[in-house]
Design a protein around this ligand. Structure first.
Ligand SMILES: Cc1ncc(COP(=O)(O)O)c(C=O)c1O
Length: 498
């Protein structure tokens, strides 16, 4: 049988030239051996004399290490009998040798993980690399055109004189100045008449979807969901244990009549009426009325994801659903991810008065509120007139980028992808021949560092031909030719005749 002292002596390795004191190295290594189960509870350690001579250490070094281990409950000294590993490490030591079992997860996380965490065939969310090229990725803004110098100036203004309010916990609803700026913006741009007391700042639209689901939905509740639709929102409802009822999209938007036929008692409807995500349709006035009427009659809720309402290139923007609703059934969600930048993690939700307090209570459980400093900079950006100017500039830029990219796509890949200009948003759909598998195409392209999303990833039921979502906002005009040439080359490498 091996002498435990021998095992200890054999495994201790000391670095005599490093910066970590020798007593600390000895302490850490004995502790590690106890935790790993190599030194069992009740084992006697070699005497300090043996350790001194075998390890070439002074007695005081060893006593320092032992004292610390004794104070932390790893060792005990028995008068006249030596130093022992405390008995309570007996059972725990054996457990350390067992193969690691998968952790036991809650039902909520199990149901989340059973859905794909890598939502897209083209790009894996969990392995997302912020350095990857975003030229064709939908939902990515023109980072090259963001007014960074201005942003830096606004930020420094607060950093030069950081107030207590900037540094301490922020208001649960979000910074008052930002809420007022948002209330002003949605009044002018979206026809929404609300007070700053109805605006709550969140860490992006996705957090609003999660909090609203927790607040309003129970497991087994039915949710009308656009099909195809916003994947991250759909997963939120599924994770909550809800039944998602897919509703088709036609030229007027979400098919409300299908919802009335198949599940009139749904508790909530999720929609992107300003610019249907991902197809790009604008919900017609008649369809809006149908939806609002259903919600009022059935006491259903409507989450209006107002994403991309800012980027409209043709026609007049319709007022928000929230602005049309007289019965306080619409929850309006906006984000700064596309108009400013997504790492800001700022969005907002405009709530009927009765929901503000419970929503904020939920929010407090999650993470209180986003960084006050960034809220303050965003508020200044809005109040001092830069926000509207930035949106106007980006609208012109994106329109030009869309025209240019479409021209190049049509010239080089017209026989392979069918693209039509969109009236709003930041991506087009590149329709593929019916026999192609869009997920396989997106995945083949991503392995060559060209990122697009497959339309089928967004679909619950398959009724649409295959397609790719191709973002245009991130492709400067002078790079469009080269990017499309690289896309064509990658498709050829995959065996497509382009
Ligand atoms: C349809 C839709 N809604 C909302 C968002 C914004 O989400 P977040 O504010 O969490 O970044 C996106 C981002 O891509 C989106 O595509």
């Amino acid at each position: 049988m091996k002498a435990p002292g021998g095992m200890l002596l054999a495994s201790v390795e000391l670095n005599r030239t490093g910066s970590v004191p020798l007593y600390r190295q000895l302490y850490l290594q004995i502790r590690q051996q106890i935790l790993a189960g190599h030194l069992h509870g009740g084992m006697r350690l070699p005497s300090t004399r043996t350790l001194c001579s075998e390890l070439g250490l002074s007695r005081i070094t060893i006593l320092n290490a032992f004292d610390q281990l004794t104070a932390e409950g790893f060792l005990e000294s028995r008068t006249g009998a030596g130093t022992y590993v405390c008995a309570e490490w007996e059972g725990r030591a054996a457990a350390a040798d067992e193969p690691r079992k998968a952790p036991r997860l809650s039902s909520l996380s199990q149901s989340l993980l059973s859905m794909r965490s890598d939502h897209f065939s083209g790009i894996n969310y969990t392995a997302w690399n912020p350095d990857c090229p975003t030229s064709f990725l939908p939902s990515h803004a023109a980072y090259d055109a963001f007014p960074l110098a201005l942003w830096k100036r606004l930020l420094s203004r607060h950093l030069r004189q950081p107030t207590k309010a900037m540094l301490s916990y922020g208001e649960l609803m979000g910074q008052q100045a930002l809420r007022e700026a948002i209330a002003g913006y949605v009044y002018d741009a979206r026809g929404i008449d609300c007070s700053a007391q109805q605006v709550v700042i969140v860490s992006g639209a996705q957090q609003a979807f999660n909090l609203l689901s927790m607040l309003l939905l129970d497991p087994q509740d039915s949710v009308w969901m656009e099909d195809p639709g916003h994947i991250a929102a759909r997963i939120t409802f599924q994770a909550q244990g809800c039944r998602v009822v897919p509703l088709r999209i036609d030229e007027e938007g979400m098919d409300v009549q299908q919802g009335l036929r198949e599940c009139p008692k749904a508790r909530l409807a999720f929609t992107t009426p300003a610019r249907q995500h991902p197809l790009g349709t604008t919900m017609s006035y008649a369809r809006r009325l149908e939806l609002i009427e259903w919600a009022g009659r059935e006491s259903g809720w409507i989450i209006e994801d107002d994403c991309d309402s800012e980027y409209r290139y043709q026609g007049r923007a319709q007022p928000a659903l929230y602005a049309m609703d007289q019965r306080a059934r619409v929850l309006h969600v906006g984000t700064f991810s596309k108009v400013l930048f997504p790492s800001l993690r700022l969005g907002y939700v405009i709530l009927p008065e009765a929901l503000v307090e419970p929503f904020c209570a939920m929010r407090a459980v999650m993470d209180r509120s986003p960084a006050t400093l960034l809220q303050a900079v965003t508020a200044d950006f809005m109040r001092e007139g830069y926000f509207l100017g930035h949106i106007r500039r980006m609208r012109t830029l994106y329109q030009a980028r869309q025209d240019c990219l479409l021209e190049k796509l049509q010239q080089r890949l017209g026989g392979f992808i069918e693209v039509k200009p969109v009236a709003a948003g930041m991506h087009v759909i590149g329709w593929l021949a019916p026999e192609l598998d869009d997920a396989a195409v997106a995945s083949g392209l991503s392995s060559q560092q060209i990122y697009t999303y497959a339309l089928s990833d967004y679909c619950i039921q398959r009724y649409l031909p295959p397609g790719l979502l191709i973002g245009f906002a991130g492709t400067p005009e002078d790079q469009a030719e080269a990017k499309v040439a690289a896309l064509a080359q990658a498709l050829r490498a995959m065996g497509h005749r382009v």
